[in-house]
Design a protein around this ligand. Structure first.
Ligand code: SF4
Length: 304
C-alpha cells in the first residue's frame, strides 16, 4: 500500500497497481498524459477501471503538471505511462507528451517511457539529454496477430524500427513481451525469433514478460476477437483459473510453460529477464536488476 513518505500530485501519482502484492516494481511515480487509449488492445487491464475510450487530453493538464513537478520527490522516477499510452496517434498533433517530457527532463526528473507507439522517436532530442529509458512493448512479430490483439497500435516491424533508432542514439532500453496469451502469441519458435532480433539491438538490456490475466471485460473482448478459442479460454480461465486480486490467473504450471521460452531465449541470446506480477522466485525466472527498467536510469536506483 501507499506510504505517506513520498508526496504526490494530482497527475503524478505513486505507482501502486491496485495494491497487487506480486508487483516487484521499485517505488516510482506514474503519469498518464492522456486519459483513455486509442490503441484499444483487447487485453487491456486499464479499461476495467477507466472504461474504453480514445486517448483524450486532460483538463488543466499543464497547470496541474507544473504544480506536481514542484511537489514530488525528485529521487523517484516517473513512468509514462502505466494505464494509458503516452504516444497515441493524437500525440503527433498535440505534442502533450513531448512538452511533458521536456518539463520532466528540464527539472532533472528521471523518466521511464512505456509505449506501444513509435512517435517517441520524434522526441529523441529530449530523451537523449535527460535521464530517460524506454521500455516499448512488442508482443509478437506477426502482423496478423498484432492487428487482432492491438488493433490500433503500430505494427511490430515499426516498433522494432523505432527501438532500433532509439538504440542507435544510445537510449537505454528494455522490451515488454507482455502479455503472452495462450494459443495466440505463445509459439516458442516465434518467441525465439523475437528475442534474437531484440538481442541484436545494441542498447536493449532486458526483457520483461507476463501472462495474460483475465478481467470480465477484457475476457469478453478476447473471446470476441478469437471465437475459435472460446472453449479453450473458458476451460483455462473460467474452470481452471485462479482468482487473485481481481484477476483470473492461469494455473502456475501453465503460466510457467508460457513464460519459460522467454527466459530460456533471453539467456541464450545474452539478455536479462524479469516477469511482471507472476510471483515466481529464483534467478531462472528473474535475473534483471528491476522488472520495469528503473535500473537503466542513473544514478543507481534505490528500492522501496
Ligand atoms: S497501449 Fe496499454 S493502455 Fe493502451 S489499450 Fe493497449 S494495453 Fe491499454
Amino acid at each position: 500500500m501507499r506510504t505517506s513518505k513520498y508526496k504526490e500530485g494530482t497527475l503524478i501519482r505513486l505507482f501502486d497497481p491496485w495494491g497487487n502484492p506480486l508487483c516487484t516494481c521499485p517505488r516510482k511515480y506514474t503519469l498518464n498524459p492522456y486519459t483513455g487509449c486509442s490503441f484499444f488492445c483487447i487485453y487491456c487491464y486499464a479499461t476495467a477501471y477507466i472504461g474504453r475510450k480514445p486517448s483524450t487530453p486532460k483538463k488543466e493538464y499543464f497547470n496541474r503538471l507544473l504544480k506536481d513537478i514542484v511537489r514530488i520527490d525528485k529521487n523517484l522516477p516517473v513512468n509514462m505511462s502505466t494505464s494509458s499510452d503516452p504516444y497515441p496517434p493524437i500525440e503527433a498533433k498535440l505534442g502533450i507528451t513531448r512538452r511533458t517530457l521536456k518539463l520532466l527532463v528540464d527539472n532533472k526528473i528521471r523518466v521511464l517511457i512505456t509505449t506501444k507507439g513509435v512517435i517517441y522517436t520524434r522526441d529523441i532530442d529530449i530523451i537523449t539529454r535527460g535521464n530517460v529509458a524506454i521500455t516499448p512493448t512488442i508482443t509478437t512479430l506477426d502482423d496478423s496477430i498484432s492487428s487482432r490483439i492491438e488493433p490500433n497500435a503500430p505494427p511490430p516491424k515499426e516498433r522494432i524500427e523505432a527501438l532500433r533508432e532509439a538504440s542507435n542514439n544510445g537510449i537505454p532500453a528494455g522490451v515488454r513481451i507482455d502479455p503472452i496469451m495462450p494459443y495466440i502469441n505463445d509459439d516458442p519458435y516465434e518467441i525465439e525469433e523475437l528475442v534474437a532480433i531484440l538481442s541484436n539491438i545494441e542498447t536493449v538490456d532486458f526483457i520483461v514478460t507476463s501472462t495474460y490475466k483475465a478481467r470480465p471485460d477484457n475476457f469478453k473482448r478476447v473471446i470476441q476477437a478469437f471465437p475459435e478459442l472460446e472453449n479453450k479460454y473458458r476451460r483455462l480461465y473460467r474452470e481452471e483459473g485462479i482468482l487473485f486480486h481481481g484477476y483470473t490467473y492461469l494455473k502456475p504450471s501453465i503460466r510457467l510453460k508460457l513464460l519459460e521460452p522467454v527466459f530460456r531465449y533471453a539467456r541464450k541470446y545474452g539478455l536479462k529477464y524479469a516477469h511482471c506480477r507472476e510471483g515466481f522466485r529464483g534467478k531462472e525466472y528473474f535475473n534483471a536488476p528491476s522488472c520495469d527498467g528503473t535500473h537503466l536510469l542513473y544514478p543507481p536506483y534505490s528500492n522501496k
